[in-house]
Design a protein around this ligand. Structure first.
Ligand code: DGJ
Length: 741
């Protein structure tokens, strides 16, 4: 460590006390005299290194693999001879606008006197240690001319190589300051080339990847949809440095914004061929008026970096998500039978009672009642009416939800229920009673999405109503064990009858949603809940604080799912993936079930219509799943054969002890004689251990073609591999590997 009051100070996170002392000196006494302050933000393998320059501005001088000696970070800037930075702040840790900046800003404001310039200078910094793994750096920046501050936060999850970054913007002026841009994070990366992998889609087409080299200029990933904001594009992406990273090689950053609304991620290759990443709430139609003394806290931008490829980066993210973010992320999940595709809106309580009996017959844990159970004046018999009127439809359910809960109990299964509490159909009593609760432009024709409007969650009365939708069900039926929280519309004609400032709506909507979810979790901390959004239109790591799992897509065609689940798996661990076996697609029930087992297994089929063998297969698969789910939910995921590069997909989960493995293999091409022609190399095993291989989920009356008596070493399986023998007569193969004691 170098320490000098006039030249360099390099601080590491090693000792809390030392750091606190140094921070005090730095901020309070000697800050004016120092030329440079270097602040390495280090995880187990990586470093993001910040530096205050001679002029007091905070920049990023390094992002990548951590160095053994933190004092050497100071050498880095002089090694780059890429040209002149006229502004001197291309590498700003949080780029202000209107002063010397020439590129995309992270923050843009209009001061109370109408001035549009902002300069941000380092004032002080401070480390706070939460426990031995988690610490948070805060850095205070202040404008030398205006009473305006920004504090940057970097929350470090050391072992997982994960950082969450956000900003708190404070107006200390006498009048209102208008924020025109207020990003969460601003990163600066140096490499020869940058490859961006991002995703696009639509309903039933979620997570279609694109990977391409970033060229000079700005590439923007964004959403302006308001709710179910990921419909066209999620806030998750990867950036590889130098060359496109592969599964096991290359330098790659995985990033995601923790926000369930409009987002904007700018990826700018600057004139010096460095990459600036600015991520935050989308400022589109959202300038924010910050009152005197008011603070604006941005959502966090989450990222991890690995120099060992995309697979390693995603496993780090999974470990972080299970431990620190997803509700009950290391717990267990309920397998289920859902009635949506079995009945759609056409059911009554007798039919449901039958399905509850089928739930037991199938062997899953819970029956999930979907859409269509409510609405009386405007019965919910299709998707045109009834949303908002959360009382049981007396024709369909004369004995109410309570009866169904009891039926479930009689059959020793649990009961879960669907809600879509943020929405309203114009034909509904709610709409008649509270037209002012609806988001829509006065004086313009209504424009509906799936025949419904979004309720104005910026309004506290609406927040109470939405909370009440779930709370009323639970108060009356405390044994309801699960909610599926749906969200099927985007925001059109954005206008709130409640808000004074319309440009706050997109932000306040999401904040209102989080308030409801906070309140719900305060009262029902553990109740499992699925985050659903007419498919995968909403998942992000802010929402997953409140949810145990999410619905990836309404597209449950298993062939499609192999691809959809593969891409989601880079960002979200399998324990959170809700995969249902349905009648979509042409594949046999075995293939459909094998694919759904790659996450949290559910069924949405008519059990009574299954023939004898299919039923037997499903029942056995549920039992198999029960013995394998610990590895799938809590193990490490290794992707072995990419379905986009092969005629089949292979992936495996291995538990922490490296003694239990589940390997999934699916044929995805149907050209003549295609299949797994060579052995597939396994990963993450103990080379010294010996593993026995058993094929599971065999269809009744079929036998495995693999030699089940063979025992292979981990070394063999990782060097040579094993051939799952996937081919047109064995389109999906599930293998269980167990280490010999
Ligand atoms: C969309 C969901 O994704 C489906 O699973 C189902 O719950 C329907 N909504 C019900 O309207």
């Amino acid at each position: 460590m170098t320490l000098s009051f006039t030249f360099n100070i390099c601080l590491t996170r090693k000792s809390g006390i030392l750091i606190a002392l140094l921070s005090f000196f730095v901020s309070g006494v000697f800050a004016q005299n120092q030329k440079k302050i270097t602040i390495p933000v280090e995880t187990l393998h990586n470093a993001l290194v910040l530096q205050k320059d001679d002029g007091g501005r905070l920049g990023i001088i390094y992002f990548g693999t951590k160095l053994n000696s933190p004092s050497e970070y100071d050498f880095i800037p002089s090694m780059y001879k890429r040209g002149d930075d006229y502004s001197g702040i291309l590498n700003a840790a949080y780029t202000p606008s209107g002063s010397r900046n020439l590129v995309e800003p992270a923050i843009e404001v209009i001061h109370s006197d109408g001035n549009t310039s902002l300069d941000l200078q380092y004032v002080s910094h401070n480390w706070q240690q939460t426990d031995e793994n988690v610490s948070t750096l805060s850095i205070l920046l202040r404008d030398p001319k205006y009473a305006f501050e920004v504090t940057l936060f970097y929350k470090v999850y050391f072992k997982e190589d994960v950082i969450e970054q956000w900003s708190v913007i404070k107006n200390l002026e006498k009048g209102v300051v208008t924020l025109h841009k207020y990003a969460s994070a601003n990163l600066y990366l140096s490499a020869e080339n940058y490859y961006l992998k991002h995703y696009h889609g639509d309903w039933a087409k979620e997570m279609r990847p694109e990977e391409s080299r970033l060229t000079a200029g700005i590439k923007v990933l964004d959403s302006k949809l308001g709710t179910r904001a990921n419909l066209y594009q999620p806030p998750t992406f990867m950036v590889s440095l130098d060359k496109a990273a592969t599964e096991d090689e290359g330098k790659v950053l995985l990033g995601s914004l923790e926000w369930s609304g409009n987002f904007k991620i700018d990826l700018e290759v600057d004139p010096l061929n460095n990459l600036r990443i600015i991520a935050g709430i989308n400022p589109f139609a959202s300038e924010y008026a910050l009152q005197p003394a008011q603070e604006f806290t941005s959502p966090a931008f989450l990222f991890t970096f690995s120099d060992k490829g995309k697979g390693n980066a995603s496993r780090n993210l999974h470990r972080w998500a299970r431990k620190y973010r997803i509700l009950d992320g290391n717990g267990s999940r309920l397998t289920l039978l859902n009635n949506w595709e079995a009945t759609y809106f056409d059911f009554n309580e007798n039919k449901l009672a039958e399905l509850i009996r089928d739930t037991k017959k199938l062997g899953v844990d819970m029956f999930l009642l979907d859409d269509g159970w409510f609405g009386n004046k405007y019965p919910r018999n299709d998707d045109h009416a009834g949303l908002g009127d959360w009382k049981e439809n007396v024709k369909k359910l004369p004995s109410g939800i309570g009866y169904l809960v009891k039926e479930a109990q009689k059959n020793e299964v649990k009961f879960g229920i669907w809600v879509e509490p943020e929405m309203v159909n114009p034909p509904s009593e709610l709409y008649e009673k509270h037209p002012d609760w609806v988001i829509r432009q006065p004086g313009r024709p209504e424009h509906l999405y799936r025949n419904q409007h979004v309720l104005d969650l910026s309004n506290p009365q609406v927040q109470d109503f939405v909370f009440g939708v779930l709370d009323n069900i639970l108060v009356k039926n405390p044994d309801v064990a699960f909610f599926k929280w749906d969200c099927n519309a985007v925001i059109y004609n954005a206008y709130s009858a409640y808000l004074q400032k319309q440009s706050h709506l997109y932000v306040e909507y999401v904040r209102g949603l989080y308030k409801v979810l906070e309140k719900l979790r305060a009262k029902y901390p553990k109740l499992p809940m699925m985050l659903c959004s007419g498919g995968g239109g909403r998942v992000d790591y802010a929402a997953l604080k409140y949810f145990t799992e999410f619905w990836l897509s309404d597209n449950t065609d298993p062939l499609e799912r192999v691809f959809i689940q593969w891409e989601y798996s880079y960002f979200y661990p399998a324990i959170a993936h809700c995969n249902h076996v349905t009648d979509w697609g042409k594949q046999p029930v075995k293939y459909r079930t094998d694919v759904a087992m790659m996450g949290k297994l559910g069924f949405d089929i008519v059990v009574s219509k299954l023939d004898e063998k299919d039923l037997k297969f499903c029942q056995q698969a549920v039992l198999n799943y029960k013995s394998l789910n610990d590895v799938i939910w809590h193990g490490d995921l290794y992707r072995l054969a990419d379905p986009r590069e092969n005629e089949f997909a292979s992936l495996m989960f291995v538990n922490e002890g490296q003694d239990k493995v589940v390997m999934f293999n699916y044929l995805v091409g149907n050209r003549y004689a295609e299949g797994s022609k060579s052995p597939v190399k396994l990963k993450g095993l103990n080379p010294e251990k010996k593993y026995k291989v058993r094929e599971v989920n065999l269809y009744p009356d079929t036998k495995s073609t693999l030699d089940e008596n063979a025992v292979y070493s981990g070394n063999y399986l990782m060097t040579v591999g094993i051939n799952p023998d996937v081919r047109s007569s064995r389109t999906s193969v599930v293998l269980e590997l167990t280490a010999l004691p």
